[in-house]
Ligand binder design. Structure first.
Ligand code: EPZ
Length: 421
């Protein structure tokens, strides 16, 4: 079933549970390579990206058992070489590099290809791992890292031209947990998913402080032990449904969210005229579509700035928000594939040098559109919710990479969607 049919015009209401974070689950699953003891990780979303990671870990020799959102994983002995066939399908596989190197003192991982959102270099990952003492070699599209005498702590600045690197910070932090001595990462990524990984590593016996800030200090230890962990809520899935509610909702409630992680998305929606009300615990919110709406200007930035992973979804909302909006993606300046498809639906968008200028139109109209990457596909589903007519979105596998049962969740909120061949 590779298509999603969306009949526009339904009003969304009711409540759904937000799943565990895909982008926290991936490095946490990889971090289990750092110990020979069993780890139990709960609230891992059932999406193809986490399934790919589980397949890679199994291929490396880990025993993995998954029942609904809980993953049990243990590996007495693991191989050094991540299988090309699996790694090539998911760029985030690169985050097995740090833990494999720390565990085996050697790892071979294929260089990840680029993707539609832009070139996906790994120079910062390699800068960090080299600083810890790894020797880096390239051969036949593979990166081979070796640290015959083990890894040693170092002071590392991971800033790149587009700011910090999330998975680069993860890779270096994971490797440093078993290095000799202390490592300091300057210009570290501060995303909640990095902090969740650090909490997971500390529960395994690592000694990490400063995670969630730009400066992380890791004191190396001789070994890590097994642990249990609940993954944080997926702030991008939550943000996607918040935008759906602002677009087509009456009063939509999202449960199992984290108010802190949603601050900048909430601010963007409220500045456009919508209302977001959190409960006292901050783990549920209700979104009310505003009556008097206005365009907004957005510039994506590393956390706690506006997330690049929420840029396409907001563009879909602003396409039918009265007024002018300017959206600039400083992290992935090419991440505008969704705009061409939104224009096929009648949106008025001009894209130039990493910036989209959106002039709100009254209503979009259905058209057959094609998904191109995970978040662009989500934006097309959002646009179709209020478009006139029946929109057919093909290449649905892009959505299934990162959204757990997205059609079932939309159906629960009253949207008229169905999968089709
Ligand atoms: C993570 O990717 C996320 N993926 C991405 O989400 C997210 O868009 C991105 O962070 C930015 O927030 C996961 O967490 C699995 P980066 P990552 O390294 O770590 C440049 C989604 O939709 N860079 O933080 O791979 C890079 O080109 C996905 O869920 C270098 O120059 O991204 C980009 O411009 C898409 N050299 C910027 O840094 C490097 O060595 C940020 O990239 C690494 C990155």
């Amino acid at each position: 079933m590779d298509k999603l049919i969306v009949h526009g015009g339904a009003t969304l209401s009711g409540a759904i549970n937000i799943s565990g974070s895909k982008n926290a689950s991936l490095p946490i699953l990889a971090a289990t390579l750092l110990t020979a003891e069993e780890c139990v990780i709960r609230r891992v979303p059932d999406v193809s990206d986490t399934n790919y990671m589980i397949q890679i870990l199994s291929a490396l020799g880990m025993e993995v058992e998954r029942s609904s959102g809980t993953v049990r994983i243990v590996g007495e002995k693991v191989s050094d070489e991540a299988p090309y066939e699996l790694v090539r399908r998911m760029r985030a596989s690169i985050c097995v590099m740090g833990p494999l190197l720390a565990r085996n003192r050697r790892c071979v991982v294929s260089l990840p290809g680029g993707c539609v959102i832009g070139d996906r270099p790994v120079d910062l990952h390699l800068r960090g791992l080299e600083a810890l003492g790894a020797k880096v070699e390239f051969e036949a599209g593979n990166i081979t890292l070796t640290a015959t005498h083990g890894l040693r702590g170092a002071e590392i600045d991971l800033r790149g031209t587009h700011g910090p690197t999330v998975l680069g910070t993860d890779n270096v932090m994971m490797a440093a947990t078993l290095a000799e001595g202390t490592t300091v990462i300057e210009s570290a990524a501060a995303e909640p998913e990095v902090l969740d990984l650090a909490n997971f590593l500390n529960s395994m016996g690592a000694k990490i402080s400063g995670a969630g800030t730009r400066r992380i200090v890791i004191e190396g230890v001789s070994a890590l032990h097994g642990t249990e962990h609940n993954v944080i809520p997926d702030r991008i899935e939550a943000g996607t449904f918040m935008v759906a509610a602002a677009l087509a909702g009456d009063a939509v409630t999202l449960r199992r969210v984290n108010r802190e992680h949603l601050k900048v998305i909430t601010a963007a929606l409220e500045s456009s005229g919508h209302r977001v009300v959190f409960n006292d615990a901050g783990d549920a919110c209700t979104i009310y579509r505003g009556g008097n709406l206005a365009g907004v200007d957005l510039v994506t930035a590393p956390y706690p700035g506006y997330p690049t992973d929420m840029q396409a979804q907001m563009t879909a909302l602003l396409a039918t928000t009265p007024g002018l909006s300017v959206i600039k993606d400083t992290i992935f300046p090419q991440r505008f594939m969704h705009c061409a498809e939104l224009k096929r639906m009648g949106a008025d968008i001009k894209v130039d040098q990493g910036t989209a200028i959106v002039r709100g139109v009254a209503q979009l109209s259905a058209a057959p559109v094609m998904a191109s990457d995970l978040r662009a596909s989500a934006a097309l589903v959002l646009a179709a919710l209020t478009a006139k007519g029946r929109t057919e979105i093909s290449r649905l596998y892009h959505i299934d990479r990162g959204y757990e049962h997205i059609d079932e969740k939309f159906l629960m909120l009253g949207a008229r969607v169905e999968r089709a061949q």
